[in-house]
Design a protein around this ligand. Structure first.
Ligand code: PGA
Length: 233
């Protein structure tokens, strides 16, 4: 399974080091062999040689240049970072990234060989129109994305479930994941208010290959609880 932690705009360089230390020692002690990744804020990127892959939450699709406030490939290379999150709903809906920009990011980092965690998922208004509308929306997000890329990991994250405490029902997750997998046979994570109490049921859902966890990953012990659940299945 694949378990990924999205720290968003939380933690500092120092606290990320503590987080990584906690998670790495837990993984060693409990012999966790799942794939684990963490996306810290850009200021806390770190050259890490442990079991946890340290990835970028975002980067602009250039090596360097005049893009005030952004980081590019050179800044990621400094830390040996080869993993990136692209298309997260907060980048799409809070920061206004278009499918076009997201495609450019995907193409750029794919070409550089990055492992790309690519997020898709519908807002509430689309969910309310039913399953076909959800799938149309998700398909649109995948237009122009090379889903044959070997290092692509997809994450289905319904926007209405992110950071809200609302989680999709396992039966809904199964239905959407089944339809996405019919389009593209890649590892497919679920994300949206995953926590220790619901992680087991979601991980047992057919078509779920792992989790992308926000809020419940910010405390290392909660994230480790979810790693334990994954191991016990
Ligand atoms: P959440 O965030 O677990 O806090 O809902 C998930 C995500 O944004 O990836």
């Amino acid at each position: 399974m694949i378990l990924a932690a999205n720290l968003k705009t939380n933690h500092t360089r120092q606290s990320v080091r503590h987080w990584l230390g906690d998670v790495e020692s837990f993984m060693g002690r409990e012999e966790i062999t799942d794939t684990v990744a963490v996306f810290p804020p850009a200021t806390a990127l770190t050259a890490w040689c442990g079991k946890v892959a340290v990835g970028a939450q975002n980067a602009y699709p250039v090596a360097n240049g005049s893009f005030t406030g952004e980081i590019g490939l050179d800044q990621l290379d400094e830390f040996g970072c080869k993993t990136i999150l692209i298309g997260h709903s907060e980048r799409r809906h809070v920061l206004g990234e278009s499918n076009g920009l997201i495609r450019r990011k995907y193409d750029f980092f794919k070409e550089k060989g990055f492992t790309v965690y690519f997020c898709i998922g519908e807002p509430l208004a689309v969910k309310e129109q039913g399953f076909d509308a959800v799938m149309d929306y998700v398909k649109e997000q995948l237009v122009g994305i090379d889903t044959g890329y070997a290092n692509l990991i997809l994450a289905y994250e319904p926007v209405w479930a992110i950071g809200t405490g609302l989680t999709a029902e396992p039966s809904d997750i199964e239905k959407v994941h089944g339809a996405i997998k019919a389009l593209c046979d890649k590892p497919l994570l679920y994300g949206g208010s995953v926590k220790p109490a619901n992680a087991g049921a979601i991980l047992k859902t057919p078509g779920v290959d792992g989790l992308l966890i926000g809020t419940a990953s910010w405390k290392s012990n909660m994230f480790c609880d979810i790693l334990s659940t994954a191991k016990s299945l």
